[in-house]
Design a protein around this ligand. Sequence first.
Ligand code: ATP
Ligand code: MG
Length: 288
Amino acid sequence: METKLRIAVQSKGRLYEETMELLSEAGVKMTSVKRTLLVPSRNFPVELLFLRDDDIPESVAMGTADIGIVGLNEVLEKDKAVEVIKELGFSKCRLSLAIPKRIEYNGVEWFNNRKIATSYPVILQKFLDKNNIKADIHVITGSVEIAPGIGLADGIFDIVSSGSTLVSNNLIEVEKVIDSQAVLIGSKKQKLSDEKQAILDELLFRFDAVKAADGKKYILMNVPREKLDEVLAVLPGIKSPTVLPLANNDWCSVHTVLEEKRFWEIIGKLRNAGAEGILALDIEKMVL
Ligand code: ATP
Ligand code: MG
C-alpha cells in the first residue's frame, strides 16, 4: 500500500476554511467534499484526519496523526509532546487579560485575589506564576466574555483579534500574554519514516511557494526604448527585470514582480516615467 502522511486538521470552525485553502493552493486535492473522519487526497500522498482542534495536539503527540494544523494557543494550552514545524501565517490572534473598562487598572498586581474566567487555564496559570500573582481561575468553555457582566468573574483571559467582542461587553484588554497563529506541528517523540518525511518536505516546499507569492503581483508593461532606464530606476530592488523586444523596435516589454501594497505608488511612477499598457496579474506560486 502507498504510504500516506496523515494530517490532523480542524473539522469545522475558524481554522477549517484557510487550512483547506492552503492545501488546495499547494495542489493537494481531496477526494470527497463530504467530511468523513479520514479523507485521502486524490493526487498527493496525504490523508486528512478531521478532529476538533482540542484533540489535534494529542493526536499528533501520540502518532495517531503524523502532523497537524492547529492554533498555537491550543498547542500551548494542551502542552503535549509536539513541536512547531512551521508558522502558517493565518488565524492570527492573541490571548489577553481583559477587565471591565470602568475599572482603574494599575498593573498586573490588580489580578491578585481576583477571579478570572478562561478556557485557557494552563497558559494563564503560567503567566500568573511568572508574575507572582495568586488568582482564582474559573474554567468555562464558551462565551467567556460575558462572565464579568454577570458577576461570574472579575476579569477574563481569552482570544482577542479585532477587539470588538471586548468592546461590546464593556471590557478592555489590559495584558497581552501570547500571540497566536495557525501552525504546523509534529510529534517530539515519534520520528517520521523516511518516506513520510519526504512527503512532508515536499508539502513544506509547496507551502513556501504559496507563501512567497502571497501579496505579490506580476507586472508587464510596454516602454519606449528611450525611457527604459528611467522606468527601470523606478522598479524597487529588482536586480535584473526581464526586458523583451517588441515588433516595433522603438518599444520593449518589461516584466517584473511587485509587492501588492506598493502597487499604486509604483504604477504612478511607472506611468510618469513613460510606461504604457501596464498589466498586473496574480501570482499563484513562487519558487525562490
Ligand atoms: P472546535 O470545535 O474544533 O473545538 P473551537 O470552537 O475550539 O473549535 P474555533 O472558534 O473554531 O475553535 O477557533 C479555532 C482557532 O482559531 C482558535 O483556537 C484560534 O487559534 C483561532 N481563532 C479563534 N478566534 C479567532 C479570531 N477571532 N481571529 C483569528 N483567529 C481566531
Ligand atoms: Mg476547540
